[in-house]
Design a protein. Structure first.
Ligand SMILES: Nc1ncnc2c1ncn2[C@@H]1O[C@H](COP(=O)(O)OP(=O)(O)OP(=O)(O)O)[C@@H](O)[C@H]1O
Length: 255
């Protein structure tokens, strides 16, 4: 088995005349935390949207565990074990916290329509399992006391944790986090870093991360790709990227 989980090659995305992503290539290994950083407008979100099936790339290849996924819609991409969170948390805000976790498992419960309508034992068993898994994730994220609260009424930090739980409950192999530290206070950011470490260790999940918070990126990533103007300018270990003159120039601009 190859140690590469996600392989992106020659990924290009044009919006009209604008080349937002230009021949981008990178690999994410199993159990790796891989971050994409770069100044505003560098193309990070566009890469994410292409990988996650939200945009159809203009050209290029995206392989998940050796299978092509480029151009597939997001629900098909999710079936390959690749799920994501959003820059602005997206939950079913009028459903309860628990209901959000039950809905997320819907695609995995495959008992069919008839057993569901007749409430056959196979259906009840899968419902019980879904409830139990939801309970486990509520405990894991420390949000069980809010199980019956509307998701939209949770504190922002808890909404983020719920959104990550909603991804993890589908047992992904690659978790994509789009600016997960945005809007969090310093304590919540530290907890997020611990959470990402723990998810990777305990659930064999690789993480693809876009983040502007450098302390989180440097603390949690195994490797970092830096983008500027739609292109990667370097990929390396946090300690290498931090001191790379091209990276410093991309962030600070020319003197
Ligand atoms: N749907 C779209 N239609 C047209 N242009 C777009 C679209 N999405 C992104 N762009 C453009 O593509 C370029 C790359 O944007 P992108 O959002 O991927 O950058 P980013 O690195 O994620 O930036 P940020 O850090 O600000 O989120 C920008 O010039 C942006 O204006």
């Amino acid at each position: 088995m190859s140690d590469v989980l996600l392989e992106v090659s020659e990924l290009t995305m044009r919006f009209g005349g604008l080349l937002a992503v230009d021949q981008v290539a990178f690999q994410v290994k199993r159990d790796e935390v891989f971050a994409i950083i770069g100044p505003n407008g560098a193309g990070k979100t566009t890469v994410f949207n292409c990988v996650g099936g939200f945009y159809k790339p203009s050209s290029g290849n995206i392989m998940m565990d050796g299978r092509p996924i480029s151009g597939l819609p997001s629900h098909k991409v999710a079936q390959q074990g690749l799920v994501r969170t959003f820059q602005n948390v997206r939950l079913f805000k009028n459903l309860t916290v628990l209901e959000n976790l039950l809905v997320a498992q819907h695609t995995r419960i495959q008992t069919g329509l008839l057993p569901g309508l007749l409430k056959l034992p196979s259906y009840r068993k899968s419902e019980d399992d879904a409830l139990q898994r939801a309970g486990e994730w509520l405990d894991f994220m420390g949000i069980r006391e809010y199980a019956n609260r509307e998701a939209g009424n949770l504190a922002y930090g808890h909404q983020r944790r719920l959104e990550i739980a909603r991804c993890m409950i589908t047992k992904p192999r690659l978790l994509m986090l789009d600016e997960p530290a945005a809007g969090l206070n310093p304590q919540e950011k530290r907890e997020l870093q611990q959470l990402i470490d723990q998810l990777r260790r305990e659930f064999d999940v690789a993480v693809l991360l876009i983040e502007h918070d450098m302390s989180l990126v440097m603390g949690v990533s195994d490797r970092i790709m830096v983008m500027e103007n739609g292109r990667p300018i370097t990929t390396g270990l946090p300690a290498e990227v931090r001191v790379d003159p091209r990276v410093i120039k991309a962030y600070l601009g020319e003197e």
